[in-house]
Write a protein that binds this ligand. Structure first.
Ligand SMILES: [Zn+2]
Length: 627
């Protein structure tokens, strides 16, 4: 089969998107490849197609647990065997999954990076038939990247043990980060494939505004279709959504603190267009494939251009005119500087949090390596009388210096163990027929369930039984009341995994050098965001693409800078458009016609083009409107 045949057989597409074929070709030639693909550029196909054409299993490293589950499901729907290992799984579940991966003829094993270093994982390395290592969100391996995760450095170590080609993928990397990725992953030969960063149908608009709500309302009312409104704080999402609703805009809100069903429901309602406007934190949007998003508004300054570019880039994937709007004012700049203070608590404070964490779980000195702790940040802060944000960042820093892994808001599957002997089961009289059916399916689907508590995928399981998830939960609950099973309901929680035994006070290595470096690069990124917002005469698109190291750039003609004619070349294009309009009317046009022309977004002009027209009329370049 050729790559195209594979694409058609499994995905039903006839054509690859730009760059996909090149990446696949490089992978099939067993070359290491780093691909820079914009969000929505069809990243998965680039590694899934070549892996399907090879013998063996791809190890896919990704930090995004929710996406991991989606991808495994998507592959299963196409009849491709895939597995996942992530935070929140018990040691036994991990063991079972690795065993399946080794002997079960699977094509993909998704792994979150902190798993790569565990003894259990290493013990399977010799028997896993790994054909390819795929590194998703590859920028996480670079200390210069905006989302560095030291666990990613394990991938470099892994390559020393498993000599197979690497496919690394990311949506955003500056040239420095791209070089660093290839270096850290031990590329045998550098190979960077990328598309241009321009998004011709996306207009970047930056507005300095005191009345952000008023501006937001205007956007929601004047741009028809779906939109995303990004906020930094969870609590504000709900507030802004109800404000919009009170003004007649159909809106909802979303953040990682909502329950799993609530998030799934809202996501589906937004995706179908039933609720066009979603007010949310950056937890929303990842992995959602919706091509007709007409606008993305940022109500707060983002922390990096990388994050901004990815989030804004969710608009207009269908190629239709769309808007990426950033609303800001001086208070935001002050707030961003404030965030710097909370994001970098002192090293003493961080060490203190390290000790308190172990105290909280009563982990004695010189023990604890590999332990997984279900972590409730609120409760921890309440217990010690601490503020939430600095504790959060202290844990993040402990993660960056490799003392622990901190996975936030992880969905933990329902766990079930059958506590009755297999033979004795047939003698039990169950009060409901449904209970017996659940039990039967549990036994058939999970062979180890008499010995261990196993994760049960409620959606899949209830689908098999033809009942709803709540009905399934009810039956499981009843079975536990009959003392037939142990039932630990699905949960959502943060999970901390300890990387080493507890260290005595004063001995924790916190690498002041790393601290200084992270602090400096944080400041650099924040300054770039402030520059972007405050920039008055460089085309927005040109600013963004040159941030990512693209040297050849052109003015977009549709951003706020270009439209206001503050940069010369774009003024030319607006002038051309206006002259074409006047010519088309044979030199005779009314104010009404002119207004209609300016208001039509298809022409990519703003009201500010009026100023230019006035100049042209004054110059005598074009005739004025008829009365
Ligand atoms: Zn522009």
């Amino acid at each position: 089969m050729t790559p195209r045949d594979v694409l058609e057989t499994y995905w039903g597409y006839k054509e690859f998107r730009p760059l996909q074929e090149e990446i696949i070709r490089a992978a099939l030639e067993d070359r290491d490849v780093l691909a820079l693909l914009p969000t929505g550029g069809g990243k998965s196909v680039c590694f899934q197609v070549p892996v399907l054409m090879k013998e063996g299993l791809a190890l896919v490293v990704t930090p995004l647990i929710a996406l991991m589950k989606d991808q495994v499901q998507n592959l299963a729907d196409r009849g491709i065997k895939a597995l996942a290992i992530h935070a929140g799984m018990s040691r036994h579940e991990v063991d079972l999954t690795l065993n399946n991966a080794a002997y079960g003829d699977f094509k993909f094993l998704y792994v979150s990076p902190e798993r790569l270093n565990t003894r259990l994982f290493r013990s399977y390395l010799d028997v896993l038939p790994i054909s390819t290592i795929v590194v998703d969100e590859a920028h996480c391996i670079s200390q210069w990247g905006y989302d560095f995760r030291p666990d990613y450095l394990r991938i470099g170590e892994l390559r020393q043990l498993v000599d197979v080609p690497v496919i690394a993928l990311t949506a955003t990397a500056t040239p420095r980060v791209a070089r660093d990725i290839m270096d850290k992953l031990g590329f045998r030969e550098p190979l960077l494939l990328k598309t241009g960063f321009e998004r011709p149908n996306l207009s970047y608009i930056v507005r300095r505004a005191e009345d952000k709500l008023g501006q937001l309302l205007n956007i929601c009312r004047s741009v028809p279709g779906s939109g995303i409104v990004y906020m930094r704080h969870r609590a504000r999402c709900e507030e802004i959504a109800s404000f919009l609703k009170s003004e007649g805009v159909v809106a909802s809100y979303y953040h990682a603190g909502l329950s799993t069903p609530a998030r799934a429901e809202r996501q589906a309602q937004w995706k179908s267009g039933e609720i066009p406007v979603m007010v949310c934190t950056n937890a929303f949007g990842m992995g959602i494939d919706k091509s007709d998003v007409r606008f993305v508004v940022h109500m707060d300054l983002p922390e990096s251009i990388e994050a901004y570019f990815q989030e804004a880039g969710r608009a207009g994937r269908d190629g239709q005119r769309s808007y990426a709007v950033l609303l800001w004012n001086d208070a935001d700049v002050r707030r961003l500087r404030q965030i710097e203070k909370t994001s970098f608590p002192s090293l003493e404070y961080i060490e203190d949090i390290y000790q308190k964490l172990h105290q909280f779980y009563q982990v004695p000195y010189e023990t604890g390596e590999g332990r997984q702790l279900k972590f409730d940040l609120e409760e921890f802060c309440r217990h010690f009388g601490l503020q939430r944000p600095p504790v959060h960042y202290a844990l993040k820093y402990l993660e960056r210096t490799d003392h622990l892994s901190f996975s936030e808001d992880v969905d933990i599957d329902t766990k079930v163990k059958i506590t009755v002997d297999r033979n004795a089961l047939y003698d039990i009289d169950l009060p409901e027929k449904g209970m017996a059916e659940v039990l039967e399916l549990l036994m058939r689907s999970y062979p180890g369930i008499f010995s261990f508590a196993l994760g049960v995928d409620e959606k899949w399981f209830s689908g098999k039984l033809g009942i709803s998830v709540p009905a399934l939960r009810q039956l499981l609950y009843k079975l536990s009341l009959e003392h037939v099973i142990n039932y630990i309901p699905a949960d959502r929680s943060s999970v901390i995994q300890l990387h080493h035994d507890r260290i005595r006070p004063g001995n924790l290595a916190l690498s002041p050098q790393t601290y200084g470096m992270l602090h400096d690069t944080w400041l650099e990124r924040a300054e770039a965001v402030i520059d972007y917002a405050g920039e008055e005469d460089t085309c927005r698109s040109r600013f963004l693409v040159s941030y990512f190291g693209q040297e050849e750039t052109a003015d977009c003609g549709t951003c706020d800078v270009c439209r206001a004619g503050r940069n010369r070349p774009a003024t030319d294009s607006v002038e051309k458009a206006l002259r074409a309009f006047v010519d088309a009317k044979g030199g005779h046009y009314t104010l009404e016609e002119l207004n209609a022309f300016l208001a039509d977004p298809a022409n990519g002009l703003s009201r500010s083009a009026l100023d230019l027209l006035r100049r042209l009329i004054d110059d005598g370049t074009v005739p004025g409107p008829a009365d």
